[in-house]
Design a protein around this ligand. Structure first.
Ligand code: PMT
Length: 400
């Protein structure tokens, strides 16, 4: 949503990583942005202009005097831009931008922008660490531009160290964060996500189908909105969202310990995790062997603590507590019951059992219920968008 219909200027300068900007452009377009690409002469030695023109569906600006139908095209682009990204940014381009030199289409246009700017330096490690380059990046940062630190690894010049352009996905994520309103600034958000896993023996366990996608989306969206986010996560196959403190747990007991340890500092608690209500009593320390006698075996299960209920009992009047309810039937009735029993300010009722909503899906459909009796429907959409709307609703109520 942060990028829908936004005018983005993508500056590409002459580095081997210029090819990664093609993928970045694709991600920006997919998110609904209108992208205008400006290339330096040396950038065109690495990737052709046509590639950017076809994918951006806009002419590429590279020469102030020959490329354009308008003599002030660069000013039009600068004034209409919602954000500018320079990826990759060479040492030379950073130097020119820091000193206000305007001797080509990119540096001239960037002198006229008033929107947020992100610089993604990418170069040889010694170059990157050079005091002059660092000084220029420091100037740009102090001027209010965002500097995205390069990754470390093996570079094209075979050096091992800092200087690699981060992956397009990562740059894209940070551009979204740059454009997101910081309405959670100064707030601490505690989120739980994923399943819990309860051992039967060293090989087998009891768990559920939670992929962690919904909880990770909430944590990532809260971080982009300026929140200080702690995510307590059961075992999932997801990268922790950028800028989020992630604490890995396995069992309900471990999740309870970590949620309780981080509870006092939290302003908003969102419990998305699918916690196992029961766990095997006395899990075996050795693998249970198959006897082959065709007889059933029984596993005795004991009740796990209800973490959300414990938090509901402890929460102060300044904390906002949100639960999720995964239901296969009687959605509203069951969700309202849980909200009352667990002393929640809000519950997200999640009908599960269909392939496009609930567990594992990339999309979700939920209905929010509030303590004051009101409700709010979030129709089927991507979990990222559901997370943002959920946070809109929390913030609107938390602030009152
Ligand atoms: O992870 P995904 O694949 O993206 O799927 C998302 C989801 C379906 C897991 C998520 O949207 C969801 O509905 N989460 C809640 C799942 C759940 O366990 O619901 P519940 O009705 O059993 O529990 C209600 C609430 O109590 C939940 O906030 C749960 O975290 C909490 N709880 C439950 C049991 C327990 N022992 N301790 C708890 O804290």
């Amino acid at each position: 949503m942060a990028l829908q219909n936004k005018n983005i200027l993508l500056g590409v300068t002459g580095g081997i990583a210029a090819y990664k900007s093609v993928e970045l452009l694709r991600l920006l377009k997919k998110a609904g942005a209108n992208v205008n690409v400006i290339m330096t002469d040396s950038a065109q030695k690495f990737v052709g202009k046509t590639t950017f023109e076809v994918l951006s569906e806009n002419p590429v600006l590279s020469d102030l005097f020959f490329d354009t139908e308008s003599s002030v095209k660069h000013i039009d682009l600068a004034t209409s831009a919602d954000a500018a990204i320079i990826a990759p940014a060479t040492a030379n381009s950073a130097a020119k931008l820091a000193r206000g030199i305007a001797d080509d289409a990119l540096s001239t246009t960037l002198l006229a922008v008033t929107c947020p700017v992100m610089i993604c330096p990418s170069m040889n490690t010694d170059m990157y660490q050079n005091i002059r380059v660092q000084r220029n990046l420091d100037i740009l940062e102090r001027d209010g531009w965002h500097i995205l630190d390069p990754d470390s690894g093996v570079l094209a010049c075979k050096t091992v160290g800092a200087g690699r352009l981060p992956d397009p996905d990562f740059i894209f994520d940070r551009v979204k964060a740059m454009l997101t309103k910081k309405d959670l600034k100064g707030k601490k958000i505690l989120v739980s996500a994923g399943p819990t896993v309860e051992a039967i023996d060293p090989v087998r366990f009891v768990s559920n189908h939670s992929s962690g996608k919904m909880g990770y989306a909430v944590a990532g969206a809260a971080e982009k909105r300026g929140g200080q986010v702690t995510l307590v996560s059961g075992p999932v196959n997801l990268e922790p969202p950028v800028g989020v403190t992630c604490i890995d747990v396995e069992t309900c007991e471990e999740m309870a310990v970590q949620m309780t340890a981080n509870l006092d500092q939290a302003d908003i608690i969102v419990k998305v995790a699918a916690v196992a209500d029961y766990k095997p009593i006395n899990p075996k320390t050795h693998k249970i062997k198959k006897k082959g006698d065709k007889k059933d075996i029984a596993i005795s299960m004991g009740e796990n603590p209800d973490i959300l209920r414990l938090i509901g009992e402890k929460k102060t009047k300044n904390q906002f507590l949100v639960g999720f309810a995964a239901e296969t039937d009687d959605l509203e009735k069951n969700a309202l019951l849980k909200m009352k029993k667990k002393n929640l300010d809000m519950i997200a009722a999640n009908l599960v059992g269909s392939p496009d909503s609930g567990f594992k899906a990339d999309t979700n459909k939920v209905k929010l219920f509030f303590r004051d009796g009101s409700s709010f429907d979030i129709p089927l959409m991507g979990k990222d968008k559901v997370a943002d709307i959920l946070l809109d609703q929390i913030i609107a109520r938390f602030n009152t």
